[in-house]
Structure formats: C-alpha cells, structure tokens
Design a protein around this ligand. Sequence first.
Ligand code: UYC
Length: 234
Amino acid sequence: LTVDSSELRDSLFSESEKRQLQAIDTLLSDPSHGDHWTLLQEFLLSFKSQAVNWRGAKVYRALWQGDNLKIQDFLDEHFPQGFVPLTSEAGIDYSPIEAALLDEVYELADRLTLQKMCELAGDSAVQRKWVYFSEVNQFPVTDLQTLDTLWLVYSEGKFGFSVQREMWLGVGKVWEKLWPKMGWKKENIWTRYPGGFTWDLSAPKGHLPLTNQLRGVRVMDSLMTHPAFNPSTF
Ligand code: UYC
C-alpha cells in the first residue's frame, strides 16, 4: 500500500464518523481502483466479526448496486445472505426487506415489515393483515432487533423503531408531540397513507417504519416499550 492509501486506511477505520465517511466517499468514487478495492474488501470483511453499522451498509449497498463483476463475485462469496445477519427466533425470512432497502424502495420495505410482523404474530394476524398490541408484546427480542437493524443501517441511522423510541422518550412519552416530529401529523392533520409520506432519506427522522394509528396507539406503545429496545433488559 502507498502512503496515500495507508492514510486512507487509517481514516476508514477511524473512530471519527466524519473522517470515516470522507474515506468511504473517496473509495466509492472509484471502487475498482486497486488500492481502493483492497481497502473496501477489508472494511466489509471486518463486519463478519463486529456488529454491522450504517457506514458498513452504505459501502455494501453502493457496491451491490454497481455492475462490476469482480465486486459482485466478492459479495456473493462473502455475503451470500446479504449484509445484515437476519437472525430470527421465529424462523422468518427477512431477506425480502433487506432486498427492498438495498434497492432503496422504502415503501415496499415498509409494507414488507408490516407483513412480516403479521407472520410473527401468527396465522390469524396474516389473515387480518394487522397486529394486536398483545401479539407485539410476545414478539421475540431477536426478531424485532433484526427488523430495527435493517431499518437503521439502510437509513444512515435515521429510521427504525429504536430511533422512534429515542424520540418518544425525548418528548416525555407524549404522543401528540411525537407525531409532528416524525412527520406523521402536520398542522394537526394525520399524514395520509401512502401518498402523504416521504419514501426516501429526505424524510424526517423516525418517519419509517409506519405504524397505523387507525386503531389507536397501543401497538406503537407495545413497540416502544418492548424489551428489544429497552437497554435495561441486557
Ligand atoms: N396512517 O394516518 N390508514 C394505513 C399511517 C391513521 C387509515 C396503512 C400512519 C389515522 C385507513 C399504514 C399515519 C387515520 C387505512 C398506515 C396514518 C388512518 C389506513 C396500511 C399517521 C385516519 C386503510 C397498513 C399516524 C384519520 C386500511 C394498514 C384500513 C392504512 C399508516 C386511516 C401503514 C403512520 C388515525 C382508513 N395507514 N390511519 O394498517 O384498515 O392497513 O382500512 O393513523
């Protein structure tokens, strides 16, 4: 490695998020360049022994969207199941959600999230196409964390239940203060599904995934208070 690329390497593995992002931008501007490709591989492989984060997912997504065969082969070989470990205690396959998020089709990812939550709840929820708060309470910690990680890492940390939960705690658990912050209510009027929502990263923090409020706030409350997002359970 040249002096330049060893400096790039330091930045890539730096604790400073800003420095890391600059390195990522440089590397992704020409990923198949020899030194760049060496570093990108090392960076992605580091997530085999370390929790995934959105910087890793950003690199994975950019390479996944590209059309370089050598790069595609590397991803197929080392990440045949996608980037995020899709752990499920319930035996549910979350890969369609990851595929939608990789494609940046956030509306489909949101639909699939609801569908998978119905699967988690069982056959009757799949039939009725929505979930009871009492079913959400019984969701395995692992599965909700997998769903949350998917949203988190493919949104640069902007979306996900854990983000919504932090915002909810930040407004003293007052729902009416939460809705406008997430863009679910504007000038005291509910945002209309689906056209009123913003299906990309220009959305407000916590905008996605959606939880329909038609039947009240209890499902959302069950999500926000679930042990999956409660640090005291660990
Ligand atoms: N919808 O307004 N929503 C639907 C949201 C409300 C309504 C689906 C979110 C308010 C009806 C999703 C908000 C309301 C349907 C969401 C929102 C309302 C529907 C599809 C802001 C009227 C048709 C999944 C809080 C004043 C479905 C699903 C039906 C659908 C999400 C109406 C994801 C976050 C109170 C009539 N809305 N929803 O659940 O059941 O069907 O007929 O929240």
